[in-house]
Write a protein that binds this ligand. Structure first.
Ligand SMILES: [Zn+2]
Ligand SMILES: [Zn+2]
Length: 265
């Protein structure tokens, strides 16, 4: 399988060298890695500066691709953090380099970091998740230069509500709107396996949402570990693959030069 969501030390929250991920991929029988280092504009947490030199990373990854030759495909992506007030700048940035893959993420809402557990104090779960899903829909409509929407349900990793679920049955209309829009645009979603590491007992989004995506004839689906350290590369891929097959998915996707490539599972 291809791990299409991996962070190296070009992301301000990872210290792992790209070569360490590549060596781990060989050990784990992963056929390809897409490096999706963070890029954010006006990120509200000053602790992190999510910018990197695209050309510098590209030189490093091109050399690695030579070294690993045919044993591993190394692809150059970006995880771009969408916020309404910087969409025009993000569009320009995302067009300034020939990425293989652009993963669009919602990590902030109302200029606040929703990866910070303190954000959730005093918030109503239904009201918050409704707003979060509306933000994803808005981003899918207004930020056109992406391939896949990352981890739908990302707040589940950090929110401290009595239960951290975000089930299809509780947000049917909004989730259908998002999934139908993504399918209409010819773009995709990801099965982010970090949910297992955050004790959520499954992927982000949860399997009921992936099932709905399949029902609506969604086909573009990447799998990503969201690894920031090499020990998490490709983690929980087998169990996820088996569950996706049970849902009815026959193929997964990776992107090369912004074009989807389907491979059988
Ligand atoms: Zn993310
Ligand atoms: Zn990520």
């Amino acid at each position: 399988m291809f791990d299409c969501h991996v962070h190296s030390n070009y992301s301000d929250d990872s210290k792992t060298k790209a070569i360490d991920h590549c060596n781990q991929a060989i050990k784990n029988n992963i056929l390809g890695i897409t490096f999706t280092d963070h890029y954010e504009i006006d990120y509200p947490n000053p602790k992190y500066k999510y910018e990197f030199d695209f050309n510098k990373r590209s030189q490093e990854l091109n050399l690695l691709q030579k070294d690993f030759n045919k044993n591993l495909k190394i692809l150059q992506g970006i995880e771009i953090g969408i916020q309404k007030h910087v969409i025009d700048d993000l569009t320009k940035i995302s067009k300034s380099f020939d990425f293989d893959f652009i993963l669009a993420s919602i990590h902030c809402l109302d200029r606040q970091d929703i990866g910070n557990p303190n954000y959730y104090t005093g918030k109503d779960k239904k009201e918050f998740l409704t707003k979060y899903l509306q933000e994803i829909y808005y981003s899918a409509v207004n930020f056109s230069n992406f391939d896949v929407i990352a981890h739908i349900g990302y707040p589940r990793r950090y929110c401290n509500f009595t239960d951290n679920s975000m089930n299809y049955k509780d947000y049917t209309d909004l989730i259908d709107m998002i999934l139908n829009k993504i399918i209409d645009l010819g773009k995709g979603i990801e099965a982010n396996t970090s949910g297992y590491r955050y004790s959520l007992n499954g992927t982000i989004p949860s399997y009921d949402i992936l099932e709905r995506y399949h029902e609506l004839k969604g086909e573009v689906l990447t799998i990503g570990s969201d690894a920031h350290t090499e020990n998490n590369l490709g983690s929980f891929f087998e169990i996820t693959k088996n569950n996706l097959k049970k849902i009815g998915f026959k193929y997964l996707t990776y992107f090369e030069k912004r074009k989807p490539v389907f491979y059988k599972i």
